[in-house]
Ligand binder design. Structure first.
Ligand SMILES: Nc1nc2c(ncn2[C@@H]2O[C@H](COP(=O)(O)OP(=O)(O)OP(=O)(O)O)[C@@H](O)[C@H]2O)c(=O)[nH]1
Ligand SMILES: [Mg+2]
Length: 370
């Protein structure tokens, strides 16, 4: 029993692994590894070690040659890793092969993101969506060794969450759970739609804050409306969009709503499951694209957000770009950012700089009344 308690409390040790083929530049692979480190950090994983293996061609069995795969598995074992985490998606059969070879759970980037969503779900809706994504992910992977990577769960709603399917090797069971959760989720979606309909009837325009995870969307919502949305320097702090009334100068009300952050290569299972939450953005009258202008990856984050918005059918909604965290930029860097994103407004949710101008631009977008 004592041992059990100790195992439950100590952070899981992860060995991070990447496979770089000729199509991936060294820069891109370093970027992906950096992001993988943030994802692992968000779950509270301890990094046992990391390695990127260069391959000339992808091998079907492990993604790399079996000699090299064995070497990697030995290295992870030598470092007493509890799991190996890949910085990309791996196929169900490759995952099976790796787990046979290494004897420990092998997790890919998709599963890592799904586990973050599970650990952060604080409402029934977010929980339903995350568990549904996990079930769909696990369907072709019933023999996968599940490991609960997170030390903390949102858990308010009794989430069994990650690993729920650990003992459920019966496909029919999983399928019926998926159906049941989809029905429950459809109910929640209906309620959301009713709320949106009500707002439409009242002719209150909606402005959604969208953007890459950790850009500062919730911080801006708070700074603009005095709300108290959850803010954290970790990925995917927000899973349940908060909406607040923004009082514009001319007295006309406006709803400002926070949304779930985007990330490169967002798992499809999650995009599907979180459709109702994402609809908050695609149903908006105006988008404020929040960008962390101080991040070296800002350009890529901008592109990812634009692509996801296009895929969601939100590509033609009018948009204002907010270049956030401008407090971290020198005047020259601010100039450069503003010329890179024409029409962009430099703001800081932290110091309040530029918020007046942003508020006026938002209000101005609705004059004459829509
Ligand atoms: N220096 C600085 N930090 C900021 C600013 N705005 C937000 N932050 C910090 O950035 C981190 C992320 O902020 P959030 O508001 O949680 O970001 P988000 O876009 O809502 O993130 P997700 O909900 O995870 O998608 C927090 O640590 C904030 O304190 C800013 O203007 N300047
Ligand atoms: Mg947030």
């Amino acid at each position: 029993m004592k041992e059990l308690v100790e195992t439950a409390e100590r952070p899981k040790r992860a060995f991070l692994a990447g496979i770089r083929d000729n199509n991936t530049t060294q820069e891109e692979s370093a970027r992906l590894t950096g992001e993988l480190l943030s994802l692992a950090g968000t779950l509270g994983l301890e990094i046992a070690g990391q390695e990127i293996v260069r391959v000339r061609e992808r091998h079907p069995r492990y993604g790399l040659g079996s000699g090299k795969a064995m070497e990697l598995a030995d290295k992870a074992a030598g470092l007493t890793a509890d799991c190996i985490v890949f910085d990309m998606e791996i196929s169900p059969s490759q995952q099976r092969n790796w787990e046979k070879l290494a004897g420990i759970p092998v997790v890919d980037r998709q599963e890592l993101i799904i586990q973050i969503f599970l650990s952060r779900a604080k409402t029934r809706e977010a929980e339903l969506q995350a568990v549904l994504a996990e079930l769909n992910y696990s369907l072709p992977r019933l023999s996968h060794k599940y490991i609960d990577l997170s030390r903390q769960r949102g858990g308010r709603y009794g989430t069994r969450g990650a690993g729920e399917t650990r003992l459920e090797t019966d496909r029919r069971y999983v399928v019926s759970r998926v159906r049941q959760m989809e029905r429950e989720l459809a109910e929640v979606c209906k309620q959301r739609a009713v709320q949106r309909q009500k707002r439409k009837k009242a002719a209150i325009p909606v402005c959604a804050l969208v953007g890459y995870t950790n850009a500062g969307k919730s911080s801006l919502l708070n700074a603009l409306t005095g709300a108290d949305a959850f803010v954290e320097d970790k990925l995917f702090a927000t899973l349940d969009p908060t909406s607040r009334r923004l009082e514009t100068g001319d007295g006309r009300p406006l709803i400002l709503t926070d949304t779930v952050g985007f990330i490169r290569r967002l798992p499809h299972a999650l995009v599907d499951a979180f459709r109702s939450t994402l609809e908050e953005a695609s149903g908006a009258d105006l988008l404020v694209h929040v960008l962390d202008a101080s991040d070296r990856e800002a350009g890529r984050h901008y592109e990812t957000t634009m692509t996801v918005l296009g895929e969601m059918g939100a590509g033609s909604i009018p948009m204002i770009t907010a270049l956030n965290k401008s407090d971290r930029l020198s005047p020259e860097e601010q100039e450069a950012a503003m010329s890179q994103y024409p029409g962009g407004i430099a703001v800081s949710a932290k110091t309040g700089a530029g918020l007046g101008a942003l508020g006026r631009r938002i209000a101005g977008a609705f004059t004459p009344p829509i």
